[in-house]
Design a protein around this ligand. Structure first.
Ligand SMILES: Cc1cc2nc3c(=O)[nH]c(=O)nc-3n(C[C@H](O)[C@H](O)[C@H](O)COP(=O)(O)OP(=O)(O)OC[C@H]3O[C@@H](n4cnc5c(N)ncnc54)[C@H](O)[C@@H]3O)c2cc1C
Length: 403
């Protein structure tokens, strides 16, 4: 077991760190305050191959693999947490579902422009009726009409939707069949009847929109059906299985940013004649946070390593996502505590960390849903990882380890 990063990994990590310092840090606060969507930064990240790590070259990918991808995501989210969403909408759940289950035409037309950052994606699964219980909460219907499907319904909490060009949206094509009656569609946001509206969120910054989608008689050609009709539930869950590691990494970046801010402040702020970092109770907060952040990072690296071996490690990704998200939440609270009254002032980026931590806790499966998956696996009720192999192969894939 080797805990050191290779020369290539260190080089990519440095590239991402330098990019974050030069291209993201100078504008992050302004974008968050004024609600400027970071389209220009996403474009540049796409050009550098940051969002194409998990994709083969023939559809525009950089084939850097999952371990390099998590190194990149941590560096970016440390500087601007909300920008981490780009690694879900433009690098995982949306384009990955198309790359896994779409036709060759769909891959060329819809995946390449997303991972190269030319266009913006969304993933429409959650509905007002509930996100954890996808099936029970889903009311949106698609009804076949000749060569078209006609969609009616609504989605909620959809990241990027007001800025997006297209995405994958899941709805019921046969409500009588439960899980086996859901299909995925690639829907362009300029399709008549498709309306996205921003939701007013608090404490997360304004750069990245969270949105509702209303669908009123939206006609989608059958060429934009993803894979086979009524197989969409499996496609959505498989996409989430792959995407969860990106949310876990965003949580590590966020936790590290909280820790870095707390360390700097504790070494500057004085109370009762000395730096507050000299007080043991402050040191305890710092020590506990360091342990949590480093443990979370190792869990993420383990999941990324298994992904690079060609597996879909549902259990390990879930553990990483759960622990890292809880860590990001605790670390953001520690930072606020160490900053005292300044912890709630808008001028410090830490004022956004708590809201962003709530997002990484809830997005792609709430803490209880992760707890359920992990515990049910341990209790023998439902196996989480089924030894599934990744559908998309990369030249950089590591040969699987011997059992
Ligand atoms: C900022 C933001 C961005 C998002 N972006 C997207 C996106 O781009 N696309 C998308 O499709 N969705 C997105 N989501 C939706 C997200 O995936 C859902 O919010 C999440 O799945 C939870 O669904 P819910 O909000 O309906 O809560 P509910 O499912 O109603 O859950 C409420 C509470 O009940 C608990 N609970 C539910 N079921 C159980 C159970 N069986 N056992 C124990 N506890 C349970 C949950 O843990 C939670 O604490 C986003 C959410 C947020 C907040």
């Amino acid at each position: 077991m080797d805990f050191t990063l290779s020369f290539e990994q260190k080089t990519i990590q440095k590239l991402a760190r330098d990019f974050a310092a030069k291209e993201v840090l100078p504008v992050a606060a302004k974008y968050e305050k004024e609600g400027i969507f970071p389209r220009d930064i996403i474009r540049k990240m796409g050009e550098l191959g940051f969002m194409g790590c998990a994709f083969p070259e023939e559809i525009g990918g950089s084939e850097l693999g999952f371990m390099n991808m998590v190194l990149i995501i941590e560096e970016i989210t440390k500087v601007m947490a909300s920008l981490g969403s780009a690694f879900n909408m433009n690098a995982m759940t949306c384009p990955y579902a198309i790359a896994m289950f779409g036709t060759d035409e769909q891959k060329q037309k819809y995946v390449r422009p997303l991972i190269t950052g030319e266009k913006i994606g969304y993933m429409g699964l959650t509905e007002p009726g509930g996100g954890s219980d996808v099936l029970g909460g889903m009311k949106t219907r698609a009804v076949k009409d000749g060569d078209y499907y006609v969609l009616n319904g609504s989605k909620t909490f959809i990241t990027f939707a007001t800025e997006a060009d297209w995405g994958v949206l899941y709805c019921k094509t046969d409500p009588s069949k439960g899980h086996a009656g859901i299909s995925g569609f690639i829907i362009e946001t300029n399709t008549p009847g498709f309306t996205a509206t921003r939701i007013n969120t608090v404490g997360m910054g304004k750069a990245v929109p969270t949105c509702e989608i209303a669908l009123e008689d939206v006609r989608v050609h059958k060429d934009n059906l993803l894979g086979e009709e009524n197989k969409g539930f499996g496609y959505a869950m498989t996409a989430l299985d792959h995407g969860r590691i990106t949310v876990a990494t965003r949580a590590v970046g966020l936790a590290q940013a909280s820790l870095d801010a707390a360390l700097k402040y504790a070494n500057e702020r004085e109370a009762f004649g000395q730096k507050i970092g000299k007080y043991q109770m402050v040191q305890r907060l710092i020590a506990e946070t360091i342990c949590d952040v480093e443990a979370a990072r190792l869990l993420v690296y383990r999941a990324a390593y298994l992904m690079d071996c060609g597996y879909v490690p549902t259990r390990e990704s879930s553990i990483a996502k759960y622990f890292a998200a809880e860590t990001s939440y605790k670390a953001s609270q520690v930072a606020v505590e160490i900053f005292g009254g300044y912890g709630v002032c808008e001028e410090y980026p830490i004022s956004l960390y708590n809201g962003q931590a709530q997002l990484v806790r809830t997005g792609e499966g709430s803490p209880n849903i992760q707890r359920q998956l992990i515990a049910q696996d341990a209790l023998g009720y439902k196996k989480a990882s089924r030894g599934n192999r990744r559908i998309i192969k990369l030249r950089s894939d590591i040969v699987e380890p011997e059992e």
